[in-house]
Design a protein around this ligand. Structure first.
Ligand SMILES: Nc1nc2c(ncn2[C@@H]2O[C@H](COP(=O)(O)OP(=O)(O)OP(=O)(O)O)[C@@H](O)[C@H]2O)c(=O)[nH]1
Ligand SMILES: [Mg+2]
Length: 185
């Protein structure tokens, strides 16, 4: 069983992604930041991974997906509105226990400072495989996306997968990345 945590600032689309990956509506989705107030949602799922993407050695397709409450207020370098310090800490502990982390960035908001620091901590101190996705690309012009892709590459030292959970552009690339890292868990 592979544990995948979806993390990001408030309102980036974490719960929408969890629903898309599982194919059912289980995590509440709202236009308001701070929607996931339950802090941590775990769901067991057998992901519908296309055969062509499967690990030939028969790697696992059984996952525990973890949708976390937004860690930061999108406009400030602060903890999200719904989080006390204790709750924030609990989410961090949960993330640290994951095998794979999906760091989600909102294309309209850009890379969040607080998330950038957390990314470094997870990658270098805890040695987590991290997949970076830039979500909501349907809302930004191509040049803006390109700029953000370059910035993310420079600051996080890795490529991001551009994604839209409206058009599903990039969704297969994300699945491919998850199954790739799942081989090494
Ligand atoms: N246009 C567009 N809207 C999106 C996309 N993904 C999510 N949204 C919308 O963004 C809003 C926030 O989505 P959520 O999934 O609730 O975001 P979240 O990260 O779980 O938010 P919190 O739990 O509040 O931290 C909702 O209105 C979604 O419908 C996308 O790719 N494109
Ligand atoms: Mg949510």
């Amino acid at each position: 069983m592979i544990k995948v945590a979806i993390i990001g600032a408030e309102n980036v689309g974490k719960s929408t992604l969890m629903n898309a990956l599982i194919g059912g509506k289980i995590s509440e989705v709202e236009a308001l930041p701070g929607t996931t107030k339950g802090l941590i949602r775990r769901r067991f799922a057998k992901l519908k991974i296309p055969k062509s993407m499967k690990n030939p050695l028969g790697g696992a397709d059984e996952f525990v997906l973890i949708d976390t409450a937004g860690l930061f207020d999108p406009k400030m370098e602060l903890r999200g509105k719904v989080l006390s310090e204790g709750k924030f800490r609990r989410i961090i502990d949960e993330i640290i226990s994951a095998d794979i982390v999906i760091h989600m960035i909102d294309a309209t908001m850009g890379l969040h400072r607080g998330m950038e620091k957390l990314h470094y901590l997870l990658k270098f101190r805890y040695e987590k495989p991290i997949i970076v996705v830039i979500n909501k690309i349907d809302l930004v012009p191509e040049e803006k996306l390109e700029e953000l892709m370059n910035l993310v590459k420079k600051r996080l030292e890795q490529d991001a997968i551009p994604l839209s959970l409206v058009t599903y552009e990039g969704f297969n690339e994300l699945l491919r990345a998850v199954t790739y890292y799942a081989q090494y868990v």
